[in-house]
Write a protein that binds this ligand. Sequence first.
Ligand code: AHR
Length: 513
Amino acid sequence: MYRITVHGDDRIAKIEPDLYGHFSEHIGGVFYDGIWVGEDSKIPNIRGLRLELVEKLKAIGAPVIRWPGGCFAETYDWRDGIGPREERPTRINWWRNSDGRYEPNSVGTHEFVDFCRLVGAEPYIAANITSLTPLDIRDWMDYCNSPAGTTTLAREREKNGSREPLNVKYWGVGNETWGGGGNMTGEMYAHEYRKYAVIMENADPHAQLICSGADHNDWRWAHDVLGVLESSYRIMNGFSLHFYCGAAGDPLAFSEEEWYKQLRQALDIERAIQRNWGFVVGYGMEKRARLVIDEWGCWHPGGSGPSSHMKDYGIEPAPNNPEGVQNLFEQQSTMRDGIVAAATLNMFNNHAEKIKMATVAQLVNNLHCLFLAGGPYCITTPTYHVFDMMKDHMGGDALRISGDLGEITREQEDRRRNYSVPNLSVSASKKDGVLTLTLANLSVTEAADVKLNLSCLEAAPEAEYITFTADDPHAHNTYEEPDKVHLTRETKTFDGSVTVPAFSAVTVRVRAE
Ligand code: AHR
């Protein structure tokens, strides 16, 4: 029995809804034909966007979507993606050397913002500072945000269908600038950042600017970038962090050991959050900037997704993929990926005071995706269901938890390589008089009996229990069996006792004052 106390009088911070955000890059099958099917498609669509995906994303309250990359952003010129679609140029996509596809520019700024607005999400644009100038980015901001009829670019926007400003609030100043985004040193990037940021702030004083931060535990990067910017520097609203976990076996046929190795890697994001936040605070920037974890998730070897046998499903490849090459980085997701998602979102809730935004990579047909879609098919993955079951944490007040979360130790031949994971990952929040608790059981073999103690909270006699479980940790959804992994919901007596099945998660929602 695990005894856990929720401290109703110990508020950590508001859980920004943007912690439950998404990332959609022009890569593989994310946009073509995951999200964009085209207005003339037989697939139900709204202005060219896959209707089923739009509706399902809206249903989980997706708060923010990052675009157009990732690495794709490094060679993206926004001007290619505006104006009549049939006149837009086809360009070499950043990822062409990996999957042979070219960029048709059918999706540009208008289509992306339309997608966000249909879903109810805020657009977050990653600006290309590798191969565009500060003036180009100023013009992009002018095009998006200047009031109707004011500038030449606002009038061009109107000609292209949007009289009113697109009101893009979030702007990334480069992506992975230590790698594909210019291959810079921390000091070099910090000087570039100052140059771009001052122009961008001048173009739109309401814009929120995100500085390109570290990869995993690259403390040197945080030290070097923030060291140049220093506490007197004011034009920065977020410091990004990218954290992928992988290399733990086959995405579908992993062993018990690989289950735990994957979770161990995923949980290490906590150290990266704490260390990077330490630099933000250390350089005195915590009043202005919080962490933006704008790429996170499991990165398994590609090839396990349905696009590896598109022809068997009778799926017509997207127009920019005439050979029907499988989608780059597309991977299947099992209960293991779902539990990684639940444990990571719990972590974000528990560190709510440090994090401004997080966008899981990536939305569809890619790494740690919420959807797999091709031709007429559009299914949700276990990760989608985890975002669904945890959506009520968005905007709530994160509450401190204490108690025994257990420990699973994995003995290795070389004892120095022993490692452990907690049995349980837990977070709690309160919003509008309702307490929401998510408990993920990291054990792949044992159910966990939990006794909850609510301190300074009086709970109602009944609660809603949302359960994410399956009969096998390898369970996943396919085009043939799209609902193998799903959620169950029941309302029953609340007495503080919760049983979380092995490799599963439970969200409890109860009125509590
Ligand atoms: O998400 C795939 C790629 O991973 C992104 O383009 C890049 O930013 C990261 O390295």
